[in-house]
Each structure stands twice: as C-alpha cells, then as structure tokens.
Design a protein around this ligand. Structure first.
Ligand SMILES: Nc1ncnc2c1ncn2[C@@H]1O[C@H](COP(=O)(O)OP(=O)(O)OP(=O)(O)O)[C@@H](O)[C@H]1O
Ligand SMILES: [Mg+2]
Length: 440
C-alpha cells in the first residue's frame, strides 16, 4: 500500500515504498530528452519546403557573403524555432573555414533593448562582460561593433530574434530592431544577418516602416499548422528515439496526434501529450503505454490549463467563482441560480474593504466568461411567471477550484472559502439586503 491512514485518520503517502516500487517497475523510456521541446532531431518531417527556402537564403554564408535579413512566422508549435536551429547546425557542418556565428536571443527571456545588446556581446565573448544594467545603450552598441570586427572578423554573425513580437511591444523595441538590422553599415570586416521569428501573425503592423523594409528583404517564410497525419509521423519518429521498442500500443500515436491537431496542429502539444502518457504509464507500473494513458494525460493537461486560467483571473471573476464554489459546497443537489450567485457575490465583496458591489449584469458577464472557459456549465431554464434564469453547475472538481482560489491572498486572508452564504443558513433570511434571524 502506498497510501494509508495514520493514527489521526489522516491520509499519508509512503514515499519509500513508492520509490522502491518505481525502481522495480518496467522501463519504458530509452531517451526521455527526445520528447523535450529543446531536442532537435536529425530530420524534421514535413518542413521540407521551409528548410529549402531558408537553406537557399542562408547558403551564401558558406562562401562568406552576407545573407539578407529574414522573418519566419506561423502559429505556435509549427516548428519555427526547431527549423532555424536545425539550419544553424547544418550550415556549421558544411562550413569548412570561417563558420558563421549564431547568437540566439529568446525575446521573452531577454526582452529589453539594453539586455539584448548585452546578451549579444556576452555570448560572443563567452563571459558576463557587460553588466545587466548601467551602461548607456550607445556605449554598448559601439563596444559591440568593435567586438564583431575584432573577434568575428571576416565571418558572418546570425542574430536570431525568437519571439521578436515581444520586443516590439517594449519601449525602444523599434529602435533596437532598426539598429540590429543596420549593423553592417557600421562594420568594417564582420557582417551580420537578422532572423526574426514570431507566432503573432499581425506583429508587422506594429513595426516602424523603416524596420519593416529592413526585415522584409526576403519574402517571409510562413509555417503552416500540421494536420493529424503529419503530427503522427513527427511523433512516430520521436517515439522511436524516446521509448524502448514495442512499449507503445497501436493507436497511441494516432490519438495524441488527433488531440493536438484539434488545437491548431501544434507539434509541441502532441509531444507533450505523448511524454505525459509515458510518464503516467510508468508511474502506474504499466508495461505498455495505452490509449487510456493518453486520455488521462489529456485530462491532466486540460486541468493544468484551467488552474493557470483561474489563477490569472481578476479578483471579481474569482469571487464569482468563489460564490459558485460555496453554493455547491454547502448544499447537496442545490440548484444554483444566477440570482443566488449575485447574492453570495455581494456578501463576499462586502467582506473585502474597498471592493465595489457589482450589478447583476456584471455578474452575468462573469458567469458567461466562466462558462466559455469550461469551468462551469450554465443552462437556461424557464421559471414560469418569474421569467428565465440560469442554472449553474461546476464542471471541474471542487477540490481543484478550492486549491487555486485559496492561493489568492484576499480570499485566504478574509477566509472566504469557509464562509457560509446567508441563503444556506437555515436560521437567517435576507430581505432587501437586510439579514434577519428567523423566528420559526
Ligand atoms: N517537423 C518537425 N519534426 C520533428 N519535430 C518537430 C517538427 N516541428 C516541430 N517539432 C517539435 O515540436 C516542438 C515545437 O516546435 P518549435 O519549438 O520549433 O515550435 P515553434 O513554431 O517555435 O513554436 P512557438 O511559436 O510556440 O515558439 C519541438 O519539440 C520541435 O522539435
Ligand atoms: Mg519557437
């Protein structure tokens, strides 16, 4: 038994037994890393035409000439980053003398103009030479130009700006892009080429026209979403590297591909699903990965997304959900109406100093939002003379809702999850917002 009740009747988990059993259990993974997003396989199925176009544009670097700046875009998980990294490896393999340099910048991590310049400089010298803050930007830019000519000399330096759209949203984003795409004008020996990658298809609209013309020297490379069959082939190739032979049931790859194809053909999602299914099978000591494990993995991933979503909701939406949580927690079979939610929401918001009471209409908007995100189900029911009302039910486990809401400081500090709504207190009644004690 891995779980049991201790003498106080509380749940306890036997970690020693868990690890012992885990070690004795069947081995499914041969190379787990092959399912990580950072893994670059030897081949990228269904990206032939994109590889061909980028290879054609960058080939001149083999002869020491400077390739034009380039943009790649397409939806998330369509292989943009993997393709550019793959090309960089191949180009290096074929360059016998003076191989090009590659500086990879993930703009979600390195996102300010200053940090981008510092990152390029530090990557080239291989040390933290430029501090994270402090120097004027034009000073670093000058230092960088000197370094490129001194160290890289007659070679090409590719600057890959991944998630470039994040940079454009930042102060000074257009300016730094302009500078980076025009470095060659101020260099004597070295030549640079910018490759921008984005999954925001409309980000070009936010660009300064001078930058647009620098970046669009070539027709942008568009990465289209994969269909279910293409995803299945990508998964098959990775599964062969990642898992021990014959541990995957027929149908597993197809099911993962099908789930991911429904979400705009995202290969990252497909790989995540396969990896999670493998991990669930392993934890359950199963000798094979089955379709059941994939279904379970999909549910887990959905749950993770919902948890994240609830966590990031504004306080008023979280309070609406708290009201639904309390109504469903304190009554069995209680029919929750939008009117009840409004009442409980008002009670909850009156407990937080300075919080505004909302109108029924606003609460109705929040209920719609929660319905659309799949957290609750709302059915409209006719109430005869009283018109129509919404009957609401939680559509995810109450425990999950409780766990996430309890992380909100205000909900926790004012103990809102333990509050018993007045409509559920048998000895009280509320009339026109005034609470009376029932006499009978
Ligand atoms: N054609 C392919 N063959 C093999 N693996 C692929 C292919 N396309 C994508 N992948 C894998 O899918 C995952 C996601 O790909 P990648 O990170 O390149 O997506 P992306 O287009 O850059 O997405 P995002 O816009 O979210 O950054 C990676 O693990 C990558 O190796
Ligand atoms: Mg990417």
């Amino acid at each position: 038994m891995l779980t049991n009740q201790n003498d106080k009747g509380m749940y306890s988990f036997n970690i020693d037994k868990f690890y012992q059993n885990y070690l004795k259990g069947p081995k499914l993974f041969k190379n787990r890393e092959a399912l990580e997003p950072s893994f670059i396989p030897n081949e990228l199925p269904h990206r032939n035409s994109e590889i061909e176009k980028i290879a054609g544009i960058t080939a001149c670097a083999l002869k020491g000439d400077v390739p034009p700046n380039l943009l790649c875009y397409g939806m998330t998980g369509t292989g943009k980053t993997a393709t550019v990294r793959y090309i960089s490896q191949k180009l290096a393999q074929h360059c016998t003398n003076n191989p090009p340099w590659w500086v990879y910048i993930n703009c979600t991590v390195v996102s300010t103009p200053y940090r981008i310049l510092a990152h390029i400089y530090n990557t080239i010298v291989g040390k933290e030479k430029i501090p994270a803050t402090g120097l004027p930007k034009d000073v670093i830019l000058k230092k960088l130009l000197g370094l490129l000519d001194q160290l890289i000399k007659n070679s090409i330096c590719f600057l890959v700006l991944d998630e470039i759209d994040i940079l454009i949203e930042k102060k000074g984003g257009n300016e730094i892009l302009y500078n980076l795409t025009r470095l060659n004008e101020n260099l004597d020996l070295c030549r640079t080429s910018v490759i921008g990658i984005s999954n925001k298809l409309k980000f070009m609209e936010c660009l300064d026209s001078r930058v647009t013309s620098n970046l669009e020297e070539e027709e942008p490379i568009v990465f289209h979403p994969y269909d279910a069959n293409q995803l299945a082939e990508i998964l098959k190739q990775r599964a062969e590297i990642a898992f021990i032979e014959d541990v995957i049931d027929n149908g597993v790859v197809k099911l993962c591909a099908g789930f991911a194809a429904k979400e705009h053909g995202d290969a990252r999602k497909a790989l995540q699903l396969l990896r999670k299914a493998g991990e669930i099978a392993e934890r359950n000591q199963s000798k094979k990965i089955t379709e059941n494990h994939v279904e379970k993995a999909q549910k887990d991933i959905d749950k993770d997304h919902i948890v994240e979503y609830i966590f990031s909701m504004p306080l008023q939406t979280q309070l609406t959900l708290t009201a639904i949580y309390l109504l469903s927690r304190f009554t069995k079979g209680h029919v929750i109406t939008s009117g009840d939610i409004y009442e409980v929401h008002s009670e909850l918001s009156s407990k937080i100093p300075g919080l505004k009471q909302l109108s029924r209409r606003r609460i109705s908007d929040y209920i719609n939002e929660l319905t659309l995100s799949g957290i609750i189900i709302a059915n409209t029911r006719s109430m005869g003379h009283y018109g129509r009302t919404k009957i609401i039910k939680l559509d995810i486990e109450r425990g999950v809702v409780e766990r996430v809401l309890s992380q909100n400081k205000k909900i926790k500090d004012y103990k809102l999850l333990d509050y018993k709504p007045i409509i559920l207190q048998t000895d009280k009644v509320k009339i026109k917002n005034i609470v009376f004690k029932k006499l009978i």
